[in-house]
Design a protein around this ligand. Structure first.
Ligand SMILES: Nc1nc2c(ncn2[C@@H]2O[C@H](COP(=O)(O)OP(=O)(O)OP(=O)(O)O)[C@@H](O)[C@H]2O)c(=O)[nH]1
Ligand SMILES: [Mg+2]
Length: 242
């Protein structure tokens, strides 16, 4: 894909030392093979393994392509939001650094943004999506999205897939209004954008957990936290007259 647009891809990374190098190399090779002049920003905070060192080495080995942001505040949302807000670009992408979403979604997402979508999200719930996930995780994730759809009257099918792209309007107008810095941030992003009538396009993705990697999420405690966050956001929407 030949593009003059500036593309930034933020990879949130926390304790990813074991997987970061192969994944960043894979992404860099992919970008080159597709002629995509994107910058990769590794957004790391407080890892207790040597993720930061691995990221520094990668930034040295891929000058002008890979850079590192070391953040003080914890949370995946904070990492993505800081990575997006502190880089000038035309298109902003984030993907989980374990590359659980197949990279073929990237050119498709960019094409959709070029043709006028404000936000493109990977969805694991479309007919042609291919997803390898345990029934246990599937249960929580399905239940979560159904609750959100009901409470907020949303049309979105997957709030939490770790693959999203947005244009500059979204980053200027919606991202600064996100209040959650952890796991709820992308649900908030999508609900705010949907309310403001931004054009959101869902694309099917192939999705699988990286073999051997342990998730950083505990579904039960996350569900409890999320219920509180849903109530708070609903109140905020009512109060602010969104
Ligand atoms: N910078 C930063 N990144 C984080 C933090 N927590 C998680 N991440 C990153 O966020 C991405 C997603 O983490 P996962 O553990 O796969 O969580 P998940 O994808 O929501 O859950 P699974 O469905 O179990 O994979 C990975 O790239 C993590 O390294 C954090 O506190 N800070
Ligand atoms: Mg994951």
């Amino acid at each position: 894909m030949n593009t003059e647009k500036r593309i930034v891809i933020v990879l949130p990374a926390y304790n990813e030392a074991a997987f970061l190098r192969p994944n960043v190399e894979k992404l860099a090779v992919f970008l080159k093979s597709r002629n995509l002049p994107a910058k990769i920003v590794i957004a790391e905070n407080g890892s207790i393994d040597n993720t930061r060192q691995v990221a520094e080495n990668l930034a040295e080995e891929f000058p002008g392509v890979v850079s590192l942001m070391s953040l003080k505040v914890k949370g995946k949302g904070n990492a993505v939001i800081s990575g997006w807000l502190s880089n000038q670009a035309d298109i902003y992408v984030y993907m989980d650094s374990d590359l659980s979403t197949d990279l073929n979604a990237l050119p498709e997402a960019l094409r959709e943004i070029f043709s006028g979508s404000d936000i493109v999200i990977g969805s694991r719930y479309m007919r042609s999506s291919r997803v390898i996930v345990s029934r246990y995780r599937l249960f929580f994730s399905f239940f979560y999205k159904q609750i959100i759809r009901l409470v907020f009257n949303s049309k979105i099918s997957d709030f939490q897939c770790g693959f999203k792209a947005a244009n500059r309007n979204v980053v200027n107008e919606i991202v600064p209004r996100i209040q959650d810095g952890c796991w709820f941030f992308d649900t908030e992003l999508l609900l705010l954008a949907e309310r403001k009538m931004f054009k959101i396009k869902e694309i099917p993705v192939n999705w699988a957990n990286q073999p051997g990697r342990k998730s950083k999420v505990s579904p039960i405690s996350l569900s409890i936290q999320n219920i509180r966050k849903i109530i708070t956001l609903k109140k905020r929407f009512n109060g602010e007259g969104f």
